[in-house]
Design a protein. Structure first.
Length: 263
């Protein structure tokens, strides 16, 4: 098949202006079923999120609808739309993950933080996951970073974890060990006293409470929601350190009930 070389229409306006751009975007992809066209569409989507980060979940749900549509075309070369979304978003994430050490703002003008938000929603909706996404979280949890980037890395990690931490770390029993490690590192960041920004500290506290709350919820479900809670699970929970969270969770639950954590 001869590759369609027609220029792909600008779609940023469609993301911004239509209440549901899915049908229009699907027609465009079917008319231009190339990796280049899909990449252009994804760039437009990212630009729309950068213009209005509060719509990140809403706009990402459009990508999910396109990916899951029974009418989604096969992209030239034989890849599915799911595969192209995964590869192109991975590539775009790598390009946008460069730290701007001179940008001291912790807001929508900071490309690294916007990219962290995007990475979080991509985890949430299973659009892509890569070693670099995990690496950025791990970097943010390291205490001994250079002062000029420490807070930026931590905020980026917290944004990803708060967006949907339960999709970032493994679910089920491995989740307990992974989340316990994350919670310990977040606590170390707080106790080290090197994070000075008030908003960064607030975000850190909320993220730590969320991880602990999820640990406590999983602890209860494994131990008490089945007729037989076998001793192996109990011992694994104790060895993972999760039991140490139970008392703190009883104290923090009221705080968490007031915070909208999303699904």
């Amino acid at each position: 098949m001869i590759e369609n070389m027609e220029p792909f229409p600008k779609t940023k306006e469609l993301f911004s202006s239509l209440s549901d751009p899915t049908p229009t975007l699907l027609k465009l992809i079917k008319a231009h079923p190339t990796e280049v066209a899909v990449r252009e569409l994804l760039i437009s989507y990212i630009e729309a999120v950068e213009d209005n980060p509060s719509r990140a979940h809403e706009l990402t749900s459009v990508l999910v609808a396109l990916r899951d549509s029974p009418d989604a075309p096969t992209i030239q070369g034989g890849s599915s739309l799911t595969e192209v979304f995964h590869d192109e978003l991975d590539s775009l994430h790598a390009e946008e993950s460069v730290l701007d050490k001179h940008n001291k703002t912790f807001g929508p003008t900071n490309t690294y933080l916007i990219n962290s938000l995007l990475s979080g929603v991509w985890f949430k909706y299973n659009l892509t996951s890569s070693r670099m996404q995990y690496s950025n979280i791990e970097d943010g949890l390291i205490v001994n970073h250079d002062l000029s980037i420490r807070q930026l890395l931590l905020i980026g990690a917290c944004i990803q974890l708060l967006t949907n931490g339960s999709k970032i770390v493994p679910t089920g029993e491995p989740f307990i060990r992974s989340a316990d490690e994350v919670a310990t590192k977040l606590k170390s960041q707080r106790s080290a006293g090197r994070i000075k920004g008030l908003n960064a500290l607030k975000l850190l506290d909320v993220c730590q409470l969320l991880i602990q709350y999820k640990l406590n919820s999983l602890f209860n479900s494994l131990l008490f929601c089945t007729p037989k809670a076998d001793s192996r699970k109990k011992m694994m929970l104790i060895m993972s350190g999760s039991c140490s969270f139970r008392l703190s969770m009883m104290r923090s639950k009221n705080k968490l009930d007031k915070i909208d954590m999303g699904s």
